[in-house]
Design a protein around this ligand. Structure first.
Ligand code: KG4
Ligand code: ZN
Length: 348
């Protein structure tokens, strides 16, 4: 079976073709960062309009890149939720119209199920059951993945997502939006030499690790960052942050965020007895997180799986993969067209 996948839940248009027999045949992502950067966040109406603009040409390109024609497509998968209502509607309408015209079934996919199963596009693949750590700009979840379609949420954020905390800290440091990856790059410049400064190095708290449970809270961290920026700015002769101040704050923030995730994952592994961990979502691209979880794996006899960088962030390949599995199980949409801007993963 050959499935076209369309992802349009937020600000990336992702298109891919997955074959049940031959694996991923082609994929492309069109990111909208340049459009939203000037506003410091995603503007939903602009996101929808850009999905409309690039959707069909991108689908055309990906079908050609796979060496196929539209007649070869046997199913169309699309993101049905959660996400921005307008963006979801654009992708859904596109997918459903194409499926109708091509006379093949369509299937709506849960965006987070896509992220969770993205490592299935890699070799070696994890096997069920495994622990999922989903860390993106909108979500921070620890999930027991018991079987395909059977997910239990063990922990989640009570306020900001970890990616959101990265982005807000990056914004405070003047790194632009979305700044998570830029902040991580800046933190890489940290060296012990910088700790010669009388106010260095900074250490931020690891929120909610002093009490039992697997939930997170990241909104307090940005307050600590803001206070640190204020303190350092007041102390500087030029009344501004120096480059080394920025590097230190970026480093201290990244350490705090990553340590918090690692502490909770250690607990979740002990609680479930699972020996495999799948990390996905945009923050899954973070090198320090990958290194610390790989290290944890060695210490705990656990294998950590990470999708390649481009499949950590939003993409069509994960949607095509999950859609294909569901179509093979005989599932498909009826003639109703509904999107779910809010859609709990354990209600699948
Ligand atoms: O999964 P994703 O593309 O979008 C959704 O939120 O659904 O994740 C984007 C998030 C942003 O918050 C971005 O700043 C963060 O992932 N991110 C990173 C890195 N690369 C992307 N955060 C930390 N380190 C990175 N290297
Ligand atoms: Zn996502």
């Amino acid at each position: 079976m050959i499935v076209l996948g369309i992802e349009s839940s937020c600000d990336d248009t992702g298109v891919a073709i997955y074959s049940a027999e031959r694996g991923l045949l082609a994929h492309q992502v069109h990111a909208q960062n340049a459009i939203h950067a000037q506003y410091g966040g995603v503007v939903p109406e602009l996101a929808s309009r850009d999905h409309i603009r690039v959707g069909l040409p991108l689908i055309d390109q990906v079908i050609k890149a796979a060496g196929l024609t539209s007649q070869d497509i046997q199913g169309v998968a699309y993101t049905k939720g959660p996400g921005l209502a307008g963006s979801l509607l654009v992708g859904s309408l596109l997918a459903r119209s194409l499926a109708y015209a091509w006379q093949c079934p369509a299937i709506g996919v849960h965006h987070l199920e896509g992220h969770l199963l993205a490592p299935m596009l890699e070799t070696p693949q994890p096997s069920f059951p495994f622990l999922g750590l989903l860390v993106s700009g909108g979500h921070t979840l620890i999930i027991a993945v018991k079987a395909f379609g059977e997910y239990e949420i063990l922990g989640e954020t009570l306020d900001d997502a970890v990616g959101e905390a990265f982005d807000k800290t990056a914004k405070l440091l003047g790194l632009g939006y979305p700044g998570g990856a830029k902040l991580a790059k800046l933190a890489e410049l940290f060296s012990d030499d910088l700790s010669g400064h009388p106010y260095l190095p900074t250490k931020f708290p690891r929120p909610m690790t002093d009490r039992p449970g697997l939930d997170f809270s990241f909104s307090g961290l940005k307050t600590h960052v803001a206070l640190e920026i204020k303190k350092r700015t007041a102390l500087s002769e030029l009344n501004e942050l120096s480059e080394s101040d920025k590097i230190n704050i970026a480093y201290a923030f990244e350490e705090a965020a990553v340590d918090t995730l690692v502490i909770k994952i250690t607990r979740a592994l002990e609680q479930t007895g699972y020996t495999q961990l799948v990390v996905s979502g945009g923050v899954g691209a973070n090198k320090k997180l990958r290194a610390k979880l790989t290290e944890l794996g060695k210490a705990k006899n656990m294998t950590a799986y990470f999708p390649r960088f481009e499949f950590c962030t939003d993409n069509g390949a994960m949607i095509a993969y999950v859609g294909c599995q569901r179509l093979l199980r005989g599932e498909h949409e009826d003639l109703n067209l509904t999107v779910y801007p809010r859609w709990p993963l354990d209600k699948l």
